[in-house]
Design a protein around this ligand. Structure first.
Ligand SMILES: [Zn+2]
Length: 214
């Protein structure tokens, strides 16, 4: 079982640095100019060959990695929710996730398992990974990402219940601070019927049926 993460963790690198207000002149800078400045602050020469196009690359990469801000679940599911009498659990397992922690702007990545118990409506299966992405492609904490996926499905499908488990590796833990290379963080969000024993047990058994969660 992976490590359960508390939301009130201290910065393992130590040292609470003061929050420095940004001078108004800096607010006028474009993202690329800010990256250029950041390279200078890091002691680099932003004009050397390998770095000349880095500010442009960083900007387009960051915009891609946070594209979820411009997406909405309601738009995504339009036309993909169908009336259906099926009332057994639907589970999409091993959905790859790539997100970025909002504390360090470093990636966290892993897998999500998403299940629901339909109540007259089902959703196109390919939409479930895309709903996960709407929220993953933002600055996140894993706990909130898990809740948001569960709440979105509850809202658009009004099912009997929803279960979401996410297991992820956080580069901010692996590359810096505590340098715990193998510590996975597992979070879950259960709604409706998934809170009671039988459904919850079935979900967790199916979700953990793969060998990714020891
Ligand atoms: Zn972090």
């Amino acid at each position: 079982m992976g490590k359960q993460k508390s939301s009130a963790q201290s910065d393992p690198a130590g040292g609470e640095s003061k929050v420095v207000p940004i001078p108004s002149a800096a607010r006028e800078l474009s993202m690329q100019q800010l990256v250029h400045r950041m390279l200078e602050f890091l002691g680099e020469d932003p004009e050397r060959e390998g770095l000349v196009r880095t500010p442009a690359r960083v900007e387009s990469s960051l915009r891609w990695l946070t594209r979820g801000y411009g997406e909405s679940v309601d738009e995504l599911v339009r036309g993909a929710v169908f009336e259906e009498e099926h009332e057994s659990m639907v589970l999409v397992r091993d959905i790859e996730i790539y997100s970025m922690c909002e504390h360090h702007m470093l990636p966290f990545f892993g897998k999500a398992h998403v299940a629901y118990l339909p109540h007259g409506k089902i959703i196109g299966l390919s939409k479930i990974p895309r709903i996960v992405d709407v929220y993953a492609r933002r600055l996140q904490v894993q706990e909130r990402l898990t809740d948001q996926v569960a709440d979105a499905l509850m809202r658009v499908l009004r099912p009997h219940g929803v279960g979401v488990v996410i297991e992820a590796y956080h580069l901010c833990m692996m590359m810096r601070g505590v340098e715990k290379q193998n510590s996975k963080t597992v979070t879950s969000a259960l709604r409706g019927n998934f809170l009671d024993g039988t459904t919850r047990d079935e979900f967790l058994r199916l979700a953990h049926g793969g060998n990714w969660l020891e």
